[in-house]
Design a protein around this ligand. Structure first.
Ligand code: MG
Length: 281
């Protein structure tokens, strides 16, 4: 397989990614897919989608879980609404995550990913051991499906994430590294974090961002690739250093402006292609 094939984050009817047609128009060979809404996750739809992928010669390399009621409006809202952490929805969302994994299996996709949410740092607390337990449950279900589970980075520091992976202790648990999230959430210098968690990084997002005035308290700003604080060339060089050769999946979530979204993804593809050529020459 080609090293570092370009990818883009896509959506069918839920989530903020681009449509499959846009990925095709941009000539992208791989995608990450936001899980479609519950009522569309049928075997029939999976077959139709697979046929369309075959026709367009596009490969799904990860399916991302997402849930109704999640909001990324600001850091406190993320903490209250995102992932498997919020207690009121935990059981139902954990069940839904297993169904999303089964839908991903229908798409022949061996990777399922998600934001778990803000995990408490108190390892002695019941909340922590409960989150460890539900993560094990999802890992074990994925294992039966022949799938890996990737945790999206950002809400934890690299140290926190390593500790959590160690505590969950399942062999199919890995990391989807998103450097911009480290900046947006103010959880640490992304490239240092990447080196720290490197051995677990089995998928990545290419996304850029600028730091907030008060990192960790308020959001940084997501910006077009190459315009933020990540340093894309060093990011790719660090990925090369840790031995990562999977897809480079561009994530740019501004669905309110699809024309600009497509143009910026197109620029991002050019930037990544230039950097790939420079780094591998
Ligand atoms: Mg991401």
């Amino acid at each position: 397989m080609e090293k570092w094939p370009i990818g883009v984050f896509t959506s069918i009817d839920a989530g903020l990614g681009v449509k499959l047609e846009v990925a095709h128009e941009l000539g992208v060979p791989t995608i990450h897919l936001h899980a479609p809404a519950a009522q569309t996750r049928t075997a029939e739809n999976a077959d139709k989608f697979l046929a369309r992928l075959e026709e367009l010669q596009i490969r799904v390399t990860a399916v991302f879980g997402g849930f109704e009621g999640e909001s990324y409006a600001d850091i406190p809202t993320v903490s209250r609404t995102v992932g498997l952490v919020p207690l009121a929805t935990r059981a139902a969302r954990t069940q839904e995550m297993l169904e999303i994994a089964d839908f991903a299996k229908l798409l022949n996709c061996g990777v399922v990913a998600l934001h778990l949410g803000f995990i408490t740092h108190d390892r002695q607390s019941k909340d922590y051991t409960d989150i460890v337990a539900v993560t094990r449950q999802v890992c074990e279900h994925c294992q039966q499906n022949g799938q890996d589970l990737h945790l999206e980075t950002g809400q934890e520091s690299a140290d926190g994430l390593l500790q959590f992976i160690h505590d969950v202790d399942r062999r199919n648990l890995f990391v989807n590294f998103d450097p911009a999230n480290m900046i947006l959430y103010g959880t640490g210098e992304p490239l240092e974090a990447l080196q720290q968690v490197g051995r677990y990084v089995h998928s990545v997002h290419c996304k850029d961002a600028t730091w907030a005035q008060r990192p960790g308290e308020e959001w940084g700003a997501e910006v077009p690739l190459g315009h933020g604080a990540v340093n894309m060339e060093l990011y790719l060089r660090t990925l090369a250093d840790i031995g990562y050769d999977g897809p480079l999946t561009i994530e740019r979530e501004i669905p309110q402006d699809p024309v600009r979204q497509k143009a910026e993804i197109s620029h991002a593809i050019n930037l990544l292609e230039q950097l790939k050529a420079r780094i591998w020459s």
